[in-house]
Design a protein around this ligand. Structure first.
Ligand SMILES: *Cc1c(COP(=O)(O)O)cnc(C)c1O
Length: 559
């Protein structure tokens, strides 16, 4: 029996429809299964866990800081912009991840990766990360977080107490009072600095008589009402660039961020700071805040916080301390004195994902005055109702994860004594490295380290005599700068060890020199003195290869 053409066509269409149905069924089943905690998918999940654990262990077990793969080759793997139509299965996706992503990720946890503020993590964060994502609490409001809110408030209060050390009564009164805010947990130091200045702006240009405040009427109206010509924030020229973002966002513009020169210890020049305050007053500019840096990002130096507190107090201006990096020195008996004056600040930024050894996404802002954050409070009819316990009402961000889990765990599992050990060790190793650098003719130390950041540079042979006699010319410095740039890039590319690079402006006899500096960050508890030696020796080896290729190039040029 033969089918007519029409019959053939219909059969084909039925077939297609049926196949599509089966396909859709499989997809529905497959996707639904991803969400179903049946005993079947639990075993699937533990199988997935095993596979991921293997990736994690391979990744963390590697001592090299990177693969030497060429960046362009990596980029070319990620040029397809179409979403896959069919869901991948997990096994093949893990294989894809292993080969294309994990293999080429930076081993920030390597004891020889000592160039950035991102470093090794204690292992308890990994199982806790699973718990946090499994619970998927949204801390913006009680209805999606409940216990996470008081739990977070407790962890923040513990940190607040270390900074400000108020009385038991103070903490009893405020720790779980929905109208008080001792701290705000955010994604990072950038957001914390922005919120600090936001609070300072809104509180200092707040509602008065008929005026509804800068929050409602905007900056132009506020300045007009209060009779100012403009508004500024003052700090040192080594303030983190998050303050540029804050100045931009708060409507004072980056020119409204006044950057006072620093002295040769990378600390704000107090005379110049006093002058800046006086100049602003004379020009009728409103000073929103004065910023002190407690641990500059480049070299970890701390501004004279007590003196800045005096200046801010005399001028009746909000005093903010950016201790994103250096804040955790409060845990150390031996080094806490370097932060003296921080307790007189109105607000403090500390990053949990730096020296508290927690995963990224834990910035914190602490407020001396528990009502200050009321100046940024917002509410919405469906959530964050007025007077509620919802943490999202005094925040920059909306939905956010229960990162407090890591902070609370770190404070309990590492504790005061544990953090003290970590801080002291980092500083001790930095002093070891500084001593090694001073003892080696190949290197020059560029600043005495105050904490666990160190800046230095490599000096090519022909310049060593001049360095000793302090006779380098501008042109010499430029050549040394170029050499150090190439050295750092080659070291990064080779991927055995890692040190970062920065530019320092050094004032010498009234002249300004721009110096390329190598920058070490000693923040991995597993970094040993041998690792430090290995990093320095790696640099010496790369430098000798560089000098040889340099002389070859010169020879070729001559030929
Ligand atoms: C790291 C850092 C910041 C910014 O913090 P993020 O967490 O990267 O947003 C701000 N200030 C200082 C001094 C820092 O070291």
């Amino acid at each position: 029996m033969t089918l007519s053409k029409r019959q053939q066509e219909m059969t084909k269409q039925n077939y297609i429809a049926e196949t599509e149905q089966t396909l859709q069924y499989t997809i529905a089943e497959k996707v639904t299964q991803l969400f179903t905690p049946s005993s079947h998918s639990v075993s699937v999940e533990s199988e997935m866990d095993l596979q991921v654990n293997t990736l994690v262990n391979d990744f963390l077990g590697e001592i090299n800081t990177n693969t030497d793969v060429d960046l362009n080759a990596l980029v070319s793997k990620f040029t397809d912009s179409k979403v896959p139509v069919e869901p991948y299965n997990f096994d093949s996706y893990v294989e894809y991840l292993a080969n294309n992503v994990v293999a080429h990720s930076i081993r920030t946890s390597s004891p020889r990766f000592i160039g950035h503020m991102t470093s090794a993590l204690p292992y308890f964060v990994r199982p806790l990360a699973k718990l946090m994502t499994a619970m998927n609490q949204n801390v913006v409001k009680m209805e999606t977080a409940k216990v996470l809110s008081p739990y977070e408030r407790q962890a923040l209060a513990m940190m607040h107490r270390l900074i400000y050390n108020f009385s038991d009564d103070f903490y009893t009164q405020h720790i779980q009072n929905s109208q008080s805010t001792l701290g705000i947990l955010v994604s990072g130091g950038t957001a914390a600095n922005i919120i600090a200045l936001w609070c300072a702006r809104n509180a200092s240009l707040g509602p008065k008589d008929g005026f509804a405040g800068v929050e409602k009427e905007g900056l132009a109206a506020a300045l007009d009402y209060y009779g100012y010509k403009g508004a500024v924030v003052i700090g040192s020229d080594l303030m983190h660039y998050s303050f540029d973002k804050a100045a931009d966002l708060l409507g004072i513009g980056m020119h409204g961020l006044i950057k006072v020169p620093t002295n040769c210890n990378n600390e704000v020049d107090l005379q110049a700071l006093r002058q800046a305050v006086a100049d602003c007053r004379a020009q009728n500019l409103h000073i929103i805040a004065i910023v002190g840096v407690a641990g500059t990002t480049d070299s970890g130096n701390v501004d004279p916080l007590v003196a800045i507190a005096d200046i801010a107090q005399a001028a009746n201006v909000h005093f903010h301390v950016d201790a994103a990096w250096g804040g955790p020195l409060i845990f150390s008996e031996q080094h806490r004195h370097k932060l003296a004056g921080i307790e007189r600040s109105d607000s403090v930024t500390i990053d949990g994902h730096k020296q508290l050894y927690l995963p990224m996404g834990i910035g914190m802002l602490f407020l001396r005055e528990p009502q200050l954050a009321a100046s940024i409070e917002k509410s919405a009819s469906y959530t964050m109702r007025k007077g509620s316990f919802d943490l999202g009402k005094r925040a920059l961000e909306g939905s956010r994860p229960g990162m407090a889990l890591f902070l609370h765990a770190g404070l309990n599992l590492i504790g005061l004594k544990g953090y003290e050990f970590l801080i002291d060790e980092g500083i001790r190793k930095t002093q070891y490295m500084a001593a090694r650098i001073c003892a080696m003719p190949e290197f020059e130390l560029l600043a005495e380290p105050e904490m666990n950041l160190l800046i230095y540079r490599y000096i090519p042979e022909p310049f060593r005599g001049l360095v000793a006699k302090n006779q380098l010319t501008e042109a010499d410095n430029q050549q040394i700068n170029q050499f150090n740039q190439r050295l750092q890039k080659m070291q990064r590319q080779a991927g055995r060890t890692f040190i970062s690079r920065t530019t320092k402006t050094i004032t010498c006899l009234g002249e300004k020199f721009s110096i390329t500096a190598l920058r070490a960050v000693l923040a991995n508890p597993l970094t040993t003195q041998d690792d430090i030696d290995a990093v320095l020796n790696d640099q010496i080896q790369i430098a000798s290869e560089l000098s040889m290729s340099n002389s070859l190039e010169t020879a070729e040029n001559v030929a």
